[in-house]
Design a protein around this ligand. Structure first.
Ligand SMILES: Cc1cc2nc3c(=O)[nH]c(=O)nc-3n(C[C@H](O)[C@H](O)[C@H](O)COP(=O)(O)OP(=O)(O)OC[C@H]3O[C@@H](n4cnc5c(N)ncnc54)[C@H](O)[C@@H]3O)c2cc1C
Length: 694
């Protein structure tokens, strides 16, 4: 019972466990065989018996696995019975999870062995070997159970046979986002091996014993102390977050009750990345509309105002973006229209049925490597948004240069993963429209919707109570959902809601811009930069809105002496959605670029990276004081020295030869002393040098 109770603590979380029932869990498994239910696994492993009663109060008893095959129509689970087990029965169960709480198993396992009472480890009856997370029909490793029946569990021969049997028998399916079949099969073997290590107890060598136990992570704790000034209270006074007490009932946009007559919208999107739209045919989606629940399709031609959804110029917007593509396709997933239907599911389904024909289809340009490697930058790079730290890079002084660090730093796209995707609810009112939007910029929605609908801004009210995460994507991008739904709501005179699917959110909107920084740094022996020429390319996608260039240039400075630098930031258009601001946009990319360059310089001049950084900070900068304080409080020099010493082959040599360390000197490698060698790498050289000292 203890083992069952411990395993059940890995199910869901405390509130779910408090209200969820055993029968409810089993019925979910019955309905969805692919569900790797822990409750089912445990009950099946220990041989529990379920009582099922039908509407005429007729009861049958079945095992959990038999229950899966029963027709449960008009039936109830009325009892779950656990049979008593003698001490010779050994029961173990495991759950491998992607995180410690609130998540289904990658693989879970239950094992029940009845072992001979003489302590020899003979399996005296067919064991139960149950796994979840393999495939929907898999419960017992039946062949392995037969194999083990009567065997001595703790011999090498049995172990080998057991592993061979599992290798044959376990055939995991691969349904994304599941982990790979190979990994899951590996887990089934590891878990039974873990169980055997535990059961074999004293037979196991001491160094292998910990393999039989489950690691327990104790509660992490920490203390942060803040000083406050009571004379300024309530300023800086410690108080609980004002909303904290009502968080359990915090209302997000999609928690707002559905209003009678409310409809749902879903974008119809392009299915090519580069080309021209010839025609759009929504007839398959609208067959027998509105009787099917699908109401209407709106495209670029239905827009009463301007087909321009992002007002510009503003602090963060520079150019026009169409609400619905009117011809030239800029990227795969670009909205060409919106389908309105009675439910979200219907709208999403109908949107996928709209047929779009294209012409001039050509290969889309997705990554910076395609532009830069092919030297196509002249037509792709938006020279209008080129930013430079200085006018003439040839003027840079390169007098003291003794080393050069040259390379490319690359960063990929980064998706925002907000808890709530882009969500809006548009409600027609007597003087215009009210828009509940998960947006970081209400004013932009007001202006964008006004442009699209050709109605005054003062007839549009935008309301934001709270957002389920923004991280930058909700600065300009929510305008698309707001304008699309507002268009339909005003035309139909009914509320329209859109809760974008995660897939649509990823397809329609951009991510943190991909970055390439090509650089050449000339440095002196201390790593101080004598000249730096760097080009920071940002893949801004289909538009330069949410521009990054300036921000990247401010980030790349990062407190260093930039008097001898020439850095140019360039926005590069590609056939991807317009990149969206993402936490520390531009600055992060700039900082990452220069820190990568500093590491490269340190490597080239063979100096400690911290020393190289200090050499590049202006002598009167307050950052140096901070550096000094952190170095002291972190005991940096001592730790660095011990690290260096730890890594020294010389110590091994001195120890083996029994001579003082200073008698050992390091010579360059050559083919005379190290003839017929292989490549150095992965510590092979250090370890080989230590070895030859013997
Ligand atoms: C966030 C979260 C995480 C979770 N993680 C896990 C996990 O890690 N491992 C795991 O095993 N499970 C997990 N679960 C599933 C959870 O254990 C089940 O949701 C729960 O046990 C269902 O119980 P319920 O009483 O709410 O069932 P309900 O949702 O009320 O019922 C489910 C179905 O069973 C039917 N039903 C209920 N009782 C009976 C009965 N006596 N006879 C016949 N039919 C009946 C209902 O009509 C319904 O069709 C998780 C669930 C959540 C929400």
């Amino acid at each position: 019972m203890r083992q069952i109770a411990d395993h059940l603590k890995l199910v869901a979380n405390v509130p779910v466990r408090n209200i969820g029932t055993i029968a409810g869990n089993l019925v979910l498994k019955h309905k969805h065989n692919e569900f790797d239910s822990d409750v089912f696994l445990l009950l099946e492993t220990v041989g529990a018996v379920l009582t099922i009663m039908d509407s005429s109060v007729h009861a049958v008893t079945v095992s959990p696995v038999e229950f899966l095959k029963l027709d449960m129509n008009h039936k109830l689970i009325t009892q779950v019975m656990l049979r008593p087990l003698e001490p010779t029965y050994k029961f173990m169960s495991y759950k491998i999870m992607p995180r410690a709480k609130n998540v289904h198993a990658i693989v879970n396992a239950g094992f029940l062995f009845n072992l001979s009472s003489d302590g020899n480890g003979t399996v005296v009856e067919r064991p139960n070997i149950v796994y979840g997370g393999i495939n929907p029909s898999f419960v017992h490793a039946t062949a392995t159970e037969s194999y083990l029946d009567g065997k001595d569990l703790f011999t090498q021969e049995t172990l080998n046979g057991l592993m061979d049997s599992l290798e044959q028998e376990i055939q995991p399916d691969h349904v994304l986002p599941d982990m790979t079949p190979e990994y899951r099969k590996g887990l089934t073997k590891s878990l039974i091996y873990k169980c055997l290590l535990n059961l074999a107890a004293e037979r196991v060598k001491s160094e292998n014993k910990s393999g039989g136990t489950t690691l327990h992570r104790s509660v992490s704790s920490g203390v942060q102390t803040f000083q406050t000034d009571p004379s300024l209270y309530p300023l800086n006074q410690p108080i609980p977050k004002i909303e904290a007490l009502v968080q359990w009932e915090a209302e997000y946009i999609n928690d707002r009750p559905v209003i009678p007559g409310e409809l749902f919208g879903a974008f119809v999107k392009t299915t090519i990345g580069n080309g021209t739209i010839l025609s759009i045919d929504p007839s398959d989606a609208l067959v027998r509309a509105p009787h099917t629940g699908v109401v209407k399709f709106y495209g670029a031609e239905d827009i009463p105002g301007k087909n321009s959804v992002i007002p510009y110029p503003t602090a963060f917007t520079l150019e026009k973006e169409e609400l619905f593509c009117s011809g030239k396709v800029l990227y795969w997933g670009q909205p060409v229209g919106i389908i309105i239907a009675a439910t979200r599911e219907l709208a999403n389904k109908a949107a996928s049925k709209v047929k779009i024909e294209y012409s001039n289809v050509s290969k889309p340009v997705i990554h910076l490597s395609e532009v830069i490697d092919n030297e196509r930058e002249s037509w792709r790079i938006d020279s209008g948004h080129r930013k430079e730290t200085r006018d003439n890079r040839e003027e840079i002084n390169s007098g003291e240069t003794t080393h050069v660090a040259k390379g490319i730093f690359k960063l990929g796209f980064q998706y925002h993963f907000t808890m709530e995707t882009i969500t809006v609810q548009c409600i027609p009112t007597e003087d215009g429209i009210q828009i509940f939007a998960s947006t970081m910029w209400m004013d932009l929605i007001q202006r964008g919707v006004s442009d699209v609908l050709a109605i005054p801004q003062n007839s549009i009210d935008v309301v934001v109570r709270r957002m389920g995460g923004g991280y930058g994507i909700k600065i300009t991008r929510p305008n698309f959902a707001a304008a699309g739904c507002a268009l339909a709501a005003m035309d139909l005179g009914r509320p329209v809601r859109m809760v974008m699917t995660m897939e649509a959110n990823m397809e329609v909107f951009g991510k943190r811009a991909e970055v390439f920084t090509t650089y050449e740094a000339g440095v002196d022996d201390g790593g101080t930069i004598q000249y730096l020429k760097a080009d920071l390319y940002e893949n801004v996608g289909s538009s330069t809105n949410d521009p990054n260039g300036d921000l990247a240039l401010s980030g790349i400075k990062n407190g260093y002496d930039e008097s001898k630098w020439s850095v140019v930031a360039k926005d590069v258009r590609t056939n991807t959605p317009s990149s969206a601001y993402m936490r520390g946009p531009g600055t992060n990319e700039g900082i990452a670029s220069i820190e990568y360059i500093m590491e490269h310089i340190a490597n080239v001049v063979k100096k400690d990276p911290t020393e190289v950084r200090i050499n590049n900070i202006p002598k009167d900068s307050p950052i140096l004081v901070l550096f000094d304080a952190i170095k002291k409080s972190g005991d940096y020099d001592k730790r660095r020295t011990s690290l260096n010493e730890f890594n020294k082959v010389a110590q091994v040599c001195a120890y083996i030869l029994g001579v003082p360390l200073d008698l050992v000197s390091i010579k360059a490698s050559n083919t005379l002393t190290a003839a017929n060698d292989i490549a150095t790498g992965g510590s092979i050289t250090s370890e080989s040098c230590c070895y030859v000292s013997h």
